[in-house]
Design a binder for this molecule. Structure first.
Ligand SMILES: [Zn+2]
Length: 214
């Protein structure tokens, strides 16, 4: 469940003069700002409104927004709403943007690692592959699986083929992450030999989605 909505925050301001209290006629007021913001899980995302207000120092009558004389309203807003109290209202947005950028960077890192691992394979490298792109005789729905470099040679590699297939590539990722690929019987049957050129072309066609190395 995502909890979101708007909340407001009161920012205390300085003492102001230049208006008369409609209730008691007093001319001394304290000012404040009302900052409304949109939050997700109580983390402020973005300010939604900034309103000026003042309170009579004598009878405590409150005037908010349109009830204030225009020039006074402008002065109060200018004095109260600055970067210091407004900037934190963007905390969620900034966090969220940073997260998106970090995910992007780690994705790029994975891509470039994969390219270099395919170029110079090492024993034990784990390949997340789309079997259907390698061979059309493979299952077109459960097409993702794992291959492991068993042996490296001058011009190619010998690969163990995982006996399990998944309908999403994340299924292969999970099997690697959880160590299922190290369990006996995960890789079965005869290994296949692939040349360096074949590996490069499988990478090119995205039949090889990613390679991980310990
Ligand atoms: Zn008053």
């Amino acid at each position: 469940m995502i909890i979101f909505g708007t909340k407001s925050k009161v920012v205390q301001g300085h003492h102001v003069q230049g208006a008369e209290c409609p209730d008691c006629g007093n001319r001394q007021f304290s000012s404040f700002g009302l900052l409304k913001y949109f939050h997700i899980f109580w983390i402020p995302f973005i300010p939604t409104s900034r309103e000026a207000g003042m309170q009579c120092a004598h009878c405590k009558k409150m005037l908010v927004g349109k009830e204030l004389p225009k020039p006074l309203k402008r002065d109060i807003k200018k004095a109260i709403f600055n970067g210091k109290n407004t900037a934190p209202m963007f905390a969620g947005l900034i966090l969220f943007s940073a997260l998106v950028v970090m995910i992007g960077i780690s994705g790029e890192q994975r891509e470039s690692n994969t390219d270099s691992y395919v170029e110079s394979p090492e024993i034990g490298d784990l390949y997340v592959v789309n079997f259907y792109k390698i061979s059309e005789s493979a299952n077109s729905e459960y097409k993702y699986g794992v291959m492991r470099v068993r042996q490296t040679f001058e011009d190619g590699v010998e690969m163990d083929i995982g006996g399990y297939s998944y309908n999403r590539s994340s299924g292969s990722d999970r099997a690697i992450r959880k160590g299922e690929v190290s369990e006996s019987g995960y890789f079965e049957g005869e290994p296949v030999y692939l040349t360096g050129d074949q590996l490069a072309s499988f990478r090119e066609s995205r039949a090889i989605l990613s390679v991980s190395r310990d």
